[in-house]
Design a protein around this ligand. Structure first.
Ligand code: C2E
Ligand code: CA
Ligand code: CA
Ligand code: CA
Length: 274
């Protein structure tokens, strides 16, 4: 089972970061995983105020031949450190484009926006924009159906170069969301300058909404600030009806979380929409 799979994960224990030999074998495993196409994308639905699907977030999984399904927290950090996040991230983007193209075939899915996580290491590559533009030549998708999720912390250094890359992609219709909003180095100065169109309220604020008045205040403030700046807001990690009601009450109209659907493979995702 999945649980047993996770219990065997001592191989990927965070403590192993200290162990050179285990780390080297994780690097080797990641190389093999790329060559053997062991990665898969899972899709988690995003909904509007009427609980209608408006899109999905693509979340990577590693289908390990012995360990089973491995979640990104167990390998993305290592992939960022050793640079393999670049080829892995490109695979994620290509797979996402293929999926958006496939969705065009059905009226049930042809409007869906697919959000893809992009890591700092990837975005800061000088040819990142060109890589994406190349994919768009291969896969003629409506570009406004591809959204790139970035996190704040990663943008701090070299902000001008990053903005230039983002603008180049904005110019062809690709939009950006600022992920995990509120937990990073949130500088409102960056928020003002970054060409983003959506804020994702971090799950940590949603989690304790019921009991924590400060979290309610923070959420209300984020939503009203975002709307004043002309930004869309989505809350992540919505798990129950009470959280949903409180978020709506604060003006939030876009949601993602287990309440609407867990991340699932593409077959299950498409079935969910039927
Ligand atoms: P994230 O971008 O913040 O993604 C949201 C995470 O929250 C996902 O974990 C998702 O499964 C989980 N989640 C969604 N709804 C709920 C909920 O209602 N309750 C709870 N408790 N959790 C919820 P996941 O899939 O394990 O991904 C973890 C992180 O790995 C992501 O956090 C993202 O930072 C990173 N990641 C995932 N896919 C990619 C990728 O393709 N590229 C890169 N660079 N990073 C990725
Ligand atoms: Ca994300
Ligand atoms: Ca997030
Ligand atoms: Ca997160």
């Amino acid at each position: 089972s999945k649980k047993n799979g996770r219990n065997q994960l001592n191989f990927f224990d965070p403590n192993m970061q200290r162990s050179m030999s285990k780390r080297a074998s994780l690097d080797a495993e990641l190389h093999r995983a790329i060559d053997h196409h062991e990665f898969v994308l899972y899709y988690q639905v995003q909904v509007d105020n009427w609980r209608q699907a408006i899109g999905a977030e693509a979340l990577i999984r590693w289908q390990h031949p012995e360990l089973g399904l491995i979640t990104p927290n167990d390998f993305i950090y290592a992939a960022e450190e050793n640079g393999l996040i670049v080829p892995i991230g490109l695979w994620v983007l290509e797979t996402a484009c293929q999926q958006i193209l496939a969705w065009q075939d059905s009226p049930l899915t042809q409007h869906l926006v697919l959000a893809v996580n992009v890591s700092a290491r990837q975005l800061k590559q000088t040819d990142f924009a060109d890589q994406v533009l190349n994919l768009l030549k291969l896969y003629p998708i409506p570009t406004n159906q591809l959204k790139l999720e970035i996190t704040e912390g990663m943008l701090l250094d070299d902000i001008d170069a990053t903005i230039a890359i983002m603008r180049k992609l904005n110019a062809v219709g690709i939009r950006f969301a600022l992920d995990d909003f509120g937990v990073g180095y949130s500088s409102l100065q960056y928020l003002k300058r970054l060409p983003i169109e959506q804020l994702k309220i971090d799950r940590s604020f949603v989690q304790d909404l019921e009991d924590d008045e400060h979290d309610r205040t923070i959420v209300r403030t984020i939503v009203s600030m975002a709307h004043s700046l002309g930004l869309d807001v989505i809350a992540e990690g919505v798990e129950n009806e009470l959280q949903l009601r409180l978020l709506r009450n604060k003006g939030c109209v876009h949601f993602q979380g287990y309440l609407f659907g867990k991340p699932v493979d593409i077959r299950q995702f498409n079935a969910l929409l039927m």
